[in-house]
Design a protein around this ligand. Structure first.
Ligand SMILES: NC(=O)c1ccc[n+]([C@@H]2O[C@H](COP(=O)([O-])OP(=O)(O)OC[C@H]3O[C@@H](n4cnc5c(N)ncnc54)[C@H](O)[C@@H]3O)[C@@H](O)[C@H]2O)c1
Ligand SMILES: N[C@H](CO)Cc1c[nH]c[nH+]1
Ligand SMILES: [Zn+2]
Length: 423
């Protein structure tokens, strides 16, 4: 793994969300085809990209039963346990509607309402992600969303991976369609004969999914454009090279464009981790993916001291940050930008991917500077409540009318003045 000794420009940005011109064209034409031809376009693109002809996209009870038969009972229990942890964590994010009664009788407030219908995209091309089912569905349920629709691409046998179906069933998703890619996003946004449209689409996916989400944004809401996984490890001399290497590779195996970075002021650790990464790489089943990711987007940044390490981490604004130093908790306050912060040796990143409770759908590509992990608020919206009292209008009406005239909006002012006349 490449070691860099202090460079001034550190960035994780990979500018992949815009895709190539060709990919943009493909996505636009898929979306317009689905808008025009509905289910028959879904059939066409499922044949073309997933290599299977489906007469019915909806997953039935028989398929779910079949899935259960393929998964060990202990694993089903683990899925339930993870779901409980995720539900517990997200329950703490729930915000209440509120009202404020002023002395003059005015009532101001904020009403929080769950979205009516949400579409969850579960990626299914290179790997199956039962954990992503839990991470996307549970916060929507906690928010109170009534209709949750899951879409995911079928395999060449026209099936959905058993783990994905079991996870969906474990949390009570009952509307599941075997369709993936840009065509699934278009169906969720605009609806087809089989799939009724939703209000918001969440969930990660490849470049076709990301471009399609960006394209339908405005007609429906989206959560974020989540790019390939990223991990930054901030470590000092007390950390273990073999553990850091394993953690770096845990994200590298997701995608050829994943980014795995170590930031440390220990040259000894940098050299040991570099060798360990090369050694452990050879043992991985998904070696080709991890190798491509490490060689193109992975590096070790050797800083002057721990302060510089912290500065570099904030500049990177990574999706995942692990702090592996002697007193890791002491550094947490200094981290301004990171999607999820894993503190100390026992908080290896996969603990968060699967089980601890916080969401694993996180901002990537430096967007942790201004955005947050997927959370319950993503599935609600707020309405303001204004109930002005007679006294409040008497006290403030003239000022408001004057303000309206500053904008040249006489009808606004008159709406106030008509009332003041009769008071
Ligand atoms: N951020 C997270 O929480 C998180 C979680 C899980 C996965 N991921 C990421 O999601 C991504 C999943 O990507 P994936 O490809 O494995 O699955 P995917 O489900 O996103 O994409 C598969 C679909 O892409 C479409 N497609 C493939 N080739 C195409 C082409 N040439 N033209 C048009 N459409 C085409 C097909 O319809 C196919 O069904 C990975 O980058 C992974 O790292 C992120
Ligand atoms: N690390 C991924 C998000 O970047 C999420 C995931 C799902 N399964 C394993 N990992
Ligand atoms: Zn992961």
């Amino acid at each position: 793994m490449r070691i860099e000794r202090v460079s001034n420009t550190v960035s994780l940005k990979r500018n992949i969300e815009s895709g190539t011109e060709e990919q943009q064209k493909v996505v636009l034409s898929i979306i317009s085809d689905v808008r025009e031809n509905g289910d028959s376009a879904l059939t066409f693109y499922t044949e073309k990209f997933d290599g299977v002809t489906l007469n019915d996209f909806k997953v039935g009870i028989a398929e779910i039963k079949e899935a259960y038969a393929k998964i060990d009972e202990s694993l089903i229990q683990t899925i339930h346990e993870a779901a409980n942890n995720i539900r517990d964590f997200h329950s703490r994010q729930v915000k209440q509607s509120w009202i404020d009664l002023k002395n003059d009788g005015t009532i101001l407030g904020q009403k929080i309402t769950p979205l009516d219908a949400v579409g969850v995209y579960v990626p299914g091309g290179k790997a199956a992600y039962p954990s992503s089912v839990l991470m996307n569905v549970i916060p929507a349920q906690v928010a109170g969303v009534e209709r949750i629709v899951m879409v995911t691409p079928p395999d060449r046998d026209g099936k959905i991976p058993a783990g994905v179906l079991v996870a969906a069933d474990a949390v009570g998703v009952d509307e599941i369609y075997k369709v993936g890619g840009a065509q699934a996003i278009a169906a969720l946004a605009y609806g087809t004969e089989t799939i009724k449209g939703v209000d918001k689409i969440v969930g990660p996916g490849n470049i076709y999914v990301a471009l399609a989400k960006r394209e339908v944004f405005g007609h429906v809401a989206i959560d974020m454009i989540a790019g390939p996984s990223e991990i930054v490890v901030l470590a000092d001399d007390t950390a273990y090279a073999n553990e850091i290497a394993a953690d770096l590779l845990s994200q590298a195996e997701h995608d050829e464009r994943a980014a795995s970075i170590l930031v440390t002021h220990s040259i000894r650790l940098a050299e040991e981790v570099s060798q360990e990464v090369d050694r452990q790489l050879q043992l991985l089943p998904r070696r080709e993916i991890a190798e491509a990711s490490i060689s193109e987007f992975g590096f070790i940044y050797v800083s002057k001291d721990i302060e510089e390490s912290v500065r570099v981490v904030n500049e990177l604004a990574p999706e995942h940050l692990e702090i592996l130093t002697q007193e890791p908790m002491e550094l947490v306050g200094k981290i301004k930008h990171a999607g999820a912060i894993f503190v100390g040796r026992y908080s290896t990143e996969p603990v968060g991917d699967y089980f601890a409770g916080p969401n694993h759908v996180l901002p990537t590509n430096g967007t942790a500077r201004f955005s947050s992990p997927l959370n319950v608020d993503d599935f609600t919206k707020k309405s303001s409540i204004i109930s002005y009292s007679k006294q409040a209008l008497l006290d403030n009406g003239a000022k408001i009318a004057e303000f309206a005239r500053l904008e040249g909006l006489d009808a606004h002012a008159i709406a106030i003045e008509e009332r003041l006349k009769s008071m």
